[in-house]
Design a protein around this ligand. Structure first.
Ligand SMILES: *[C@@H]1O[C@H](CO)[C@@H](O)[C@H](O)[C@H]1NC(C)=O
Ligand SMILES: *[C@@H]1O[C@H](CO)[C@@H](O)[C@H](O)[C@H]1NC(C)=O
Ligand SMILES: *[C@@H]1O[C@H](CO)[C@@H](O)[C@H](O)[C@H]1NC(C)=O
Ligand SMILES: *[C@@H]1O[C@H](CO)[C@@H](O)[C@H](O)[C@H]1NC(C)=O
Ligand SMILES: *[C@@H]1O[C@H](CO)[C@@H](O)[C@H](O)[C@H]1NC(C)=O
Ligand SMILES: *[C@@H]1O[C@H](CO)[C@@H](O)[C@H](O)[C@H]1NC(C)=O
Length: 427
């Protein structure tokens, strides 16, 4: 009898505990539900018009004055600048590859409609997009960088450093990241451009990404500021493996500020025609026709805004100077090239996520991904090929970098990329 009662009590206790803990779990689920709802409401502004794209995206045309940027505390009284106050003077005496003339900016969604004047197209964020993020706070961010750009390292050069005009630039060792880049340092830069070849490299898993891009940076390696743009395959952020346009900023090496596209407040968009984060087309094919887009980032000398231009004529929008403390007057380091993010970097088996076209840099035009018409702008406000450049590849047997000069008097074309895992080179 006594034993029976003991058993019953224990059973009842266990049941009570079960009910209690399931209530706790349910309550937790409910709060995160409402947190997700709040975040979605904050991200997706009311649409004047909505466009359903064939690629599955929903594009909201949002009143330009009601875009996410204006939720940023530093932009409360911000007066929108509709156009850059300057024309970019290009030094066209430099060699150009005239056979590639596809420098317009076609995006899939544009076939299904266009946004009215006074609105900007914004890729709608869905609940499932937020659920794929490692956390709500991390949604739209690059994972934090390890101390990379230390600049001016005195002492002996090491495995991860490159010397430009007697200045050592230290890149590593990076964790979970592999880069193959062209870089320049020595001046104060107020702009940089490059025509980036467009491909659709393989990405192995959801928590990896691959980019082809330009970086303009300032500050120490453990806390740099950066504005970036290019194309990217990033299934965690976008939910598929398409090649998409991106723009990104940070003021603390991606730790807690800034984000891609308009997934947080900061970037002020002015273009009615181009949606950040939307797929771009057409893609280049091996041995076939090559397509490219011209990416440029310029500091407006009057407003201090960093303008993003894609294609020769289209200003997309800008990052206001209030977002930064060092990038307010100039950038100190410019990089062109690719980055792969994966936890299987410098490990065997290495990730099979590819960079660029998936081919090594020395395979050159039509096979490897290129960036041509590499230009910087200094205080002379002229676009020019940088005086000092270096290439750097953190795993050159997986992803390589090659600044190729075809012949005397011709300008170099930067090739980069690789397949990732490919034994015996990259085991
Ligand atoms: C915006 O303007 C108000 C009133 O002039 C001022 O009190 C506030 O500090 C300003 N905010 C910012 C972020 O500049
Ligand atoms: C254009 O570039 C050439 C050579 O790079 C240089 O000699 C010339 O002065 C430049 N023109 C202008 C207007 O800056
Ligand atoms: C320019 O394009 C042609 C073919 O389209 C190609 O053969 C040539 O190598 C290219 N030049 C450079 C510098 O990329
Ligand atoms: C770079 O090194 C030089 C000489 O060692 C030093 O005078 C200068 O202050 C350093 N600059 C920075 C930014 O650390
Ligand atoms: C390049 O290095 C030389 C010698 O160290 C120095 O005199 C010159 O100012 C440097 N140039 C730039 C642009 O930093
Ligand atoms: C690298 O990736 C692994 C797996 O996602 C993660 O646990 C680790 O924290 C990352 N390391 C750094 C330094 O970001």
């Amino acid at each position: 009898m006594e034993m029976e009662r003991g058993k019953t009590i224990r059973l009842l206790l266990a049941m009570a505990l079960l009910v209690l803990s399931s209530r706790v779990i349910k309550a937790e689920a409910e709060t995160s539900h409402s947190e997700i709802d709040r975040k979605l409401k904050q991200l997706n502004k009311p649409a004047v018009k909505t466009i359903k794209s064939e690629d599955g995206d929903t594009i909201d045309c949002v009143d330009i004055y009601k875009q996410p940027a204006f939720d940023h505390p530093a932009l409360k009284n911000h007066t929108i600048q509709m156009r850059p106050s300057f024309e970019i003077a290009s030094n066209s005496s430099n060699a150009k590859n005239e056979s590639v003339s596809h420098s317009i900016l076609p995006q899939t969604w544009q076939r299904s409609g266009s946004c009215p004047e006074g609105t900007i197209p914004i890729r709608r964020i869905l609940r499932k997009d937020l659920l794929r993020a490692t956390s709500l706070e991390n949604f739209g961010r690059k994972p934090p960088a390890q101390p990379s750009y230390a600049g001016n390292i005195t002492g002996s050069p090491n495995l991860h450093s490159k010397s430009i005009n007697n200045t050592e630039i230290n890149f590593g060792p990076q964790v979970n990241r592999s880069t193959a880049i062209l870089l320049t340092e020595a001046y104060s830069y107020v702009g940089a451009t490059g025509d980036i070849n467009i491909w659709n490299p393989n990405v192995e898993s959801q928590d990896e990404y691959t980019t082809a891009q330009i970086w303009l940076k300032a500050g120490p390696g453990d806390n740099f500021e950066s504005v970036e743009a290019g194309w990217m395959v990033n299934p965690r952020l976008y939910g598929d493996k398409r090649t998409r346009l991106f723009a990104l900023w940070t003021r603390d090496s991606y730790k807690s500020t800034g984000c891609f596209d308009l997934t947080c407040t900061g970037f002020v968009q002015t273009s009615t025609a181009v949606a950040l984060g939307a797929p771009i087309e057409p893609l280049s094919s091996e041995g076939g026709q090559q397509f490219q887009l011209s990416f440029g980032i310029f500091l407006d000398p009057n407003s201090g805004n960093w303008w993003l231009k894609i294609s020769k004529t289209v200003p997309i929008g800008y990052w206001p100077p209030n977002l930064f403390s060092l990038l307010t007057h100039s950038a100190k380091l410019v990089e062109w090239g690719g980055e792969v993010y994966s936890s299987k970097i410098k490990k065997a088996p290495h990730t099979t996520t590819a960079m660029g076209s998936g081919e090594f840099a020395r395979n050159l035009y039509g096979n490897a991904c290129y960036i041509q018409n590499v230009r910087i702008m200094d205080y002379s406000l002229m676009l020019k090929y940088p005086e000092w450049v270096q290439t750097y590849a953190s795993e050159e047997y997986c992803y390589s970098a090659y600044n190729y000069i075809k012949g005397y008097g011709t300008e170099p074309v930067f090739y980069f990329g690789g397949p990732g895992r490919k034994p015996p080179y990259c085991p």
